[in-house]
Design a protein around this ligand. Structure first.
Ligand code: CAO
Length: 415
């Protein structure tokens, strides 16, 4: 039985296909990734709803997909398990063998060559594509001659040693980055997320006139309160532990309400800005696969406990690779907190099309002079990078001053 796979509803109107991860003839398992799509700042892989064989690919890289666009036709090889009742998220439907598929591209148009008798998972094929390796040249060491990641890695090192590594014009590597790999060196692949976020960061760094304003806040009272609150509720599982990051988010929300220009994006015409009515703050999360930025939504009326709970959930999802596109879109401001790790200050790169990003470093005890003597206070260093086309320097300092005051006296968050 053939099964048509449609674009599922992932909470955005349209996404762009950045990679097709399978080829016609591939045997895939349920949940194997079929395509990678990109919307705003996030990349997501669309999984296969069934185990099967890829019969037709109805889209190509660069296409913009909306919900329910036909992506592929698969031949179901797991018919017993498949029924209409399993139609989770409505992203695939049964079809008769006589398909009414329009816009089906042949392999040539789709820039996909059908390679007979190559047994490799979509992941292996993806790695091979990234390294520009022709899988037909490899002998698989896996069961039934299946090509494994290790085979690709060994082959790529071998090829590199022969100074034969190909890079096309879209490659992230410049020729002078990798010329020859010898026994003292190891070739490590960037993950998909690292490749994509790397390109985005490069574009943002090149195209946005960044200014970074550094400041500090005395968070002694904030930390005293937070620790007291958490210790009082230590044994009460129904009470969410509140994190330092949640106070930062709450304070930024207050500051954005006071300075709405910092919650805006530059219009594509470049001669106006769009002020965002909702406050949606992205949180940079360091995951094994690379940097991800899930977005806390509609923050105006949320309290610190609710924000802590949402941060906790989104960070867990990010670290477990479970984010949906809808978790990562529509951000209007980003916070990158490295304070749990260390550092005294850094210059975060703006997450376009947003206007600013807040970088947070490690709070330390410093001696603060109060006319009569020095007092030990917990001082939090932070930095705000902003798009100088949208925000002037004086306003940048006003914003960081205000943020510092909020963090230094959290009673102001109540009003
Ligand atoms: N200063 C001092 N200590 C801090 C701190 C700060 N600014 N922020 C957090 N800490 C300490 C806290 O004491 C906390 O412990 P307790 O709450 O038990 O006292 C501990 O670090 C862990 O904090 P946390 O659980 O709230 O986590 P976090 O806020 O440090 O980090 C997250 C959460 C998602 C921001 C983090 O996991 C992460 O991924 N950070 C990296 C982001 C990144 O890579 N950015 C780089 C982008 S480059 O532009």
């Amino acid at each position: 039985m053939n099964v048509e796979v449609f674009m599922p509803d992932i909470g955005v109107e349209s996404v762009e296909i950045i990679e097709i991860l399978v080829q016609i003839g591939d045997e895939i398992k349920k949940e194997d990734s079929l395509i990678s799509v990109e919307s705003h700042k996030s990349v997501l892989e669309i999984p296969s709803p069934i185990s099967g064989i890829v019969k037709k690919i109805c889209i190509k890289v660069g296409d913009k997909l909306s919900v329910n666009t036909l992506i592929m036709v698969l031949k179901n090889i797991d018919q017993n398990k498949y029924s209409k009742k399993n139609n989770i998220n409505n992203h695939y439907v049964n079809s008769s063998d006589q398909l009414n598929v329009t816009n089906v591209l042949d392999d040539k148009d789709n820039n996909i060559s059908v390679i007979e008798d190559i047994y490799a998972s979509p992941k292996v094929r993806r790695i091979a594509r990234l390294l520009k390796i022709n899988l037909s040249k490899l002998t698989g060491s896996g069961p039934k001659g299946r090509i494994t990641c290790e085979d690709v890695k060994k082959y790529s090192i071998q090829v590199s040693n022969n100074s034969y590594l190909h890079h096309n014009k879209n490659s992230n590597f410049k020729n002078d980055h990798i010329t020859h790999i010898n026994d003292d060196e190891e070739h490590q692949l960037l993950t998909n997320i690292q490749c994509i976020s790397g390109n985005r960061l490069l574009n943002n760094w090149k195209n946005i006139p960044h200014v970074t304003q550094f400041d500090e806040a005395d968070i002694t009272d904030l930390e005293d309160f937070r620790k007291l609150y958490n210790s009082r509720n230590l044994n009460n599982k129904s009470v969410q532990k509140i994190s330092m990051l949640s106070f930062l988010v709450k304070s930024v929300v207050h500051a954005l309400l006071q300075y709405p220009r910092f919650n805006s994006i530059l219009h594509s015409s470049k001669n106006s800005i769009v002020l965002k009515k909702n406050i949606n703050i992205g949180i940079a999360v360091d995951t094994k696969e690379g940097l991800l930025v899930p977005v806390l939504k509609n923050l105006k009326d949320k309290n610190i406990s609710e924000i802590s709970y949402e941060i906790f959930n989104l960070v867990q999802k990010a670290k477990n690779n479970q984010l949906n596109i809808s978790d990562m879109n529509n951000g209007s401001f980003t916070i990158s907190s490295l304070g749990g790790i260390g550092g005294t200050g850094f210059t975060p790169i703006i997450n376009a099309p947003e206007a600013c990003i807040l970088g947070v470093s490690k709070a330390t005890i410093k001696p603060i002079w109060n006319i009569k003597k020095f007092y030990p206070r917990l001082i939090l260093p932070f930095s705000l990078s902003y798009d100088h086309r949208i925000i002037d320097g004086a306003d940048g300092v006003r914003f960081t001053n205000f943020l510092g005051q909020l963090l230094s006296d959290i009673r102001t968050l109540l009003v």
